[in-house]
Write a protein that binds this ligand. Structure first.
Ligand SMILES: Cc1cc2nc3c(=O)[nH]c(=O)nc-3n(C[C@H](O)[C@H](O)[C@H](O)COP(=O)(O)OP(=O)(O)OC[C@H]3O[C@@H](n4cnc5c(N)ncnc54)[C@H](O)[C@@H]3O)c2cc1C
Length: 395
């Protein structure tokens, strides 16, 4: 007998599980059965390789509001969702030379207008606000005390567990091969184990979403791009095993720095990558050149890191949309087909609100305020989302 479900979600990353949790919770009274299909294991895709920095530093009022609301969930995750998502408040410094100063000033003004705690600093104040950071050559900086880092694996498992608690089913090791449709309606999916029929299908498969959409004759504007992240063991006299420094966004050097437990600092690039990678066949390790480049850039931002030891690192895949912002919408022309894709390198922090919005849209047919900015037709309408910084990942 062919299996059926009420709502099928393709992808068991932080987005798929957050959407499942919100749908299952809200649909508890008489709701449809929510089933998540994950081809490998929960969090085995981009979420598992994420830097998981949670900040509110964005360029548009609506992305600031999204980040602010999501941060409030991370801060009270156990009360609001349930479980330990590993969120730690570290604070965050954003630093730039003359070139990015105007954008940073405008962003901070907008963030303050939206109620974000953040304030401007000059170069000489950098080291005091964020211990270890180098203010030399910095024209303008800002400090956001509430920013922090979470554990992406723990977060995704919490969403998955809470979704199960509300009746959702999460099936690992099930690869979806086709989206099924008939007479303008989505009817389910084909998997390696057989068809599953459902009137609602949500594509939350990150960079793997494009080929899946193609099976229904649809083109999703998603480019998979590879992004390396270096793992450095900090010198023992810079915080030791237990110490954590502030998150850093160094706009001039185009890097971000994320403190991790065990004396580790993760360093990634904020440069946009224009060449597409195959998300199933890309180099998951770092080249010598990438290690040297990220290491020397990191030492520019935090001089103590000149004495750090490389522990290698890993590369992950972004699902870049043309404006590096998500597409949260139904996909025409099929009734019942939705997507939550295109998060580029900054989706993790938005996962609580994305789950909430997608569930509300699917269950009520109404988009929550601000969600219309992420419509799929914005590219055709010339309404792309425009960040102030040249790098898309910063948002
Ligand atoms: C190096 C790096 C650093 C990052 N740092 C940050 C950061 O500091 N802050 C931040 O906010 N964001 C960050 N991001 C981005 C963030 O991690 C992503 O936006 C987010 O994790 C995307 O979640 P997702 O659920 O959409 O994707 P994924 O976690 O990739 O989930 C998609 C899932 O779909 C599954 N799947 C694929 N094809 C199929 C199929 N055919 N059938 C069934 N299942 C399938 C995959 O196995 C995968 O588990 C970073 C990303 C990377 C790579």
């Amino acid at each position: 007998m062919t299996e059926t479900a009420g709502i099928l979600i393709i992808g068991g990353g932080v987005m798929g599980t957050s959407i499942a949790y919100h749908l299952a919770r809200q649909g508890k009274q008489g709701g449809e059965r929510v089933v998540v299909l994950e081809r490998q294991a929960i969090c085995s895709g981009t979420s598992g390789r994420s830097g998981a920095i949670v900040r509110q530093h964005y360029s548009n009022d609506f992305t600031i509001r999204m980040a602010k609301e999501s941060l409030s969930v991370f801060q009270r995750f156990d009360d609001l969702v349930g479980g330990d998502c590993g969120f730690i408040t570290t604070g965050m410094i954003v630093m730039t030379n003359e070139q990015g100063a105007e954008a940073l000033r405008a962003n901070v003004k907008m963030q303050q207008e939206q109620g974000v705690k953040t304030h401007l600093l000059n170069g000489s104040e950098v080291g005091q606000a964020a211990q270890g950071y180098n203010g030399e050559g910095i024209t303008l900086a800002c400090y956001e005390p509430d920013a922090g880092v979470a554990d992406p694996m723990a977060t995704t498992y919490c969403f998955a567990q809470r979704a199960r608690d509300y009746g959702a089913v999460i099936r690992e090791g099930v690869t979806v091969t086709h989206i099924l449709q008939q007479h303008g309606n989505v009817t389910g999916v084909r998997t390696v184990n057989g068809d599953i029929l459902a009137p609602i299908v949500i594509l939350a498969a990150n960079a793997w979403s494009g080929p899946l959409a193609q099976t229904a004759g649809l083109v999703l504007p998603i480019t998979p791009t590879r992004h390396p992240m270096l793992s450095l063991r900090r010198p023992q006299d810079f915080g030791g095993r237990q110490g954590l420094h502030a998150v850093g966004l160094d706009i001039t050097r185009q890097i971000y720095l994320r403190p991790d437990l065990g004396g580790i600092t993760l360093v990634g690039s904020t440069e946009d990558v224009l060449a597409a990678s195959d998300p199933d066949h890309y180099s998951q390790g770092l080249s010598e050149e990438e290690i040297a480049y990220l290491r020397s850039s990191a030492a520019g931002s935090i001089p103590a890191l000149a004495r750090a030891v490389s522990r290698g690192g890993w590369a992950g895949i972004y699902d870049d949309s043309p404006d590096y912002h998500p597409i949260l919408d139904r996909i025409e022309p099929y009734t019942g087909l939705y997507c939550a894709v295109g998060f580029s390198g900054h989706g993790f922090k938005l996962s609580p609100i994305v789950g909430q919005w997608m569930a509300a849209f699917i269950l009520t047919g109404q988009k929550p305020a601000d969600m219309h900015h992420f419509a799929i037709d914005r590219f055709a309408q010339g309404q792309e989302i425009r960040p102030r910084y040249p790098s898309g990942v910063l948002g």
